[in-house]
Design a protein around this ligand. Structure first.
Ligand code: 5GP
Length: 349
């Protein structure tokens, strides 16, 4: 047994220190980023915020709305090939570049991904997603995906340490997804005691990825726009959001009314709810590692997008970054007492 005593940080443990700036207005800040990917050599330009591949978040409806803002959606893996086919027919090529095809690591996932990608050559991203990216099997699967889909950008995760980021990039991932346990409906830390404070995971993993010409996605734990700014400030190339982009009209869930207030159900993909829905219940050998909550219904995602992007733009203005790309170079974090979590009002069910 070993104990590491270095301080590790979550979003709530820091604030970004203001710096002198020549920017007059937040409207001057450019949030688009342009990336060239390590294995494909291909390029992508857009706003690097991604809707999570959860069936209450990464829906076709949300993907359509976010693409208008040049933001990405990791479309959840439970749509059929026919549904994909119909959806792609309704999207122009310049919008399809904001979609990621999500999959797990079974043979069936592999075959389905192949079929979806064959529907439209403009589909550029694959998001290979498992709760624990540390297994040999997962690394082997990423290698197989790289061999099979040589021209597709592979996003793989989740992990939280530099050496595993390096292993995944060397095995064929262009982008590594970072985060174990920070998710708003995740119970991994409670159920297993495993996890890593998310801001430190981002800082350390970004450093490892950038050293090899790869990128990272900071995945999970953002509950307000300031957290998204902190994730970018810590070095995340992309930020993935679940709860913040859930409970909108575009997510397509059922709106329930309680005492005159409207709510929408949001649940983890390893929750009892998700497993009952997709795999016929929780297998005997495992515990659910996600919970089910009701979120206040937020209407159209338009205002949420404005709020998130406005917050990040404003953070850039405070530190004098005219482009999102410069935010991390201009970020100094100061440690603070844990802050109140003001925005994310979750009602447990
Ligand atoms: P949020 O933005 O809501 O804080 O976090 C979203 C992320 O939580 C997802 O992208 C995914 O990585 C993670 N997640 C989603 N469902 C579950 C779950 O059931 N269990 C765990 N451990 N993590 C989950």
């Amino acid at each position: 047994m070993r104990v590491e005593t270095d301080i590790k940080l979550g979003f709530k443990d820091v604030l970004i220190k203001p710096k002198r700036s020549t920017l007059k207005s937040r409207s001057q800040v450019v949030l688009d980023r342009k990336f060239t990917f390590k294995h494909t050599g291909s390029q992508w330009e857009g706003v690097p915020v991604i809707a999570a591949n959860m069936d209450t978040v990464g829906t076709f409806g949300l993907a359509k709305a976010l693409a208008e803002h040049r933001m990405m959606t990791a479309v959840h893996k439970h749509y059929t090939i026919e549904q994909w086919s119909q959806f792609l027919a309704s999207m122009s090529a310049d919008k399809i570049k904001y979609l990621m095809v999500s999959c797990g690591t079974s043979d069936a996932d592999f075959e389905k991904t192949k079929q979806i990608l064959a529907l439209n050559s403009n589909l550029q991203f694959i998001c290979v997603d498992v709760a624990n990216g540390y297994s040999e099997h997962f690394v082997g699967y990423v290698r197989k995906m790289r061999e099979t889909f040589s021209d597709k950008v592979i996003v793989a995760g989740n992990v939280v340490t530099g050496e595993m980021v390096e292993e995944l990039i060397l095995s064929g991932a262009d982008i590594v997804k970072v985060g174990i346990g920070p998710g708003s409906v995740c119970t991994t830390r409670v159920k297993t005691g495993v996890g890593y404070p998310q801001l430190s995971a981002i800082i350390e993993c970004a450093d490892a990825a950038h050293g090899l010409g790869g990128q990272i996605v900071g995945d999970g734990g953002c509950t307000q726009a300031g957290d998204v700014a902190k994730a970018f400030g810590g070095g995340a190339d992309f930020v993935m959001l679940g709860g913040m982009l859930a409970a909108h009209e575009e997510n397509g869930g059922e709106v329930v009314e309680e005492n005159g207030n409207k709510f929408m159900k949001f649940y983890g993909m390893s929750s009892q709810t998700a497993m009952d829905k997709h795999t016929g219940g929780v297998a005997e050998y495992r515990a659910s590692e996600g919970k089910t909550v009701l979120l206040p219904y937020k209407g159209s995602v338009q205002l949420t997008v404005q709020d998130i992007l406005g917050g990040v733009r404003s953070a850039c203005t405070y530190v004098g970054a005219s482009e999102l790309k410069e935010l991390t170079k201009r970020t100094t974090f100061i440690r603070v007492q844990e802050q109140e979590n003001q925005v994310f009002g979750i009602t447990k069910v």
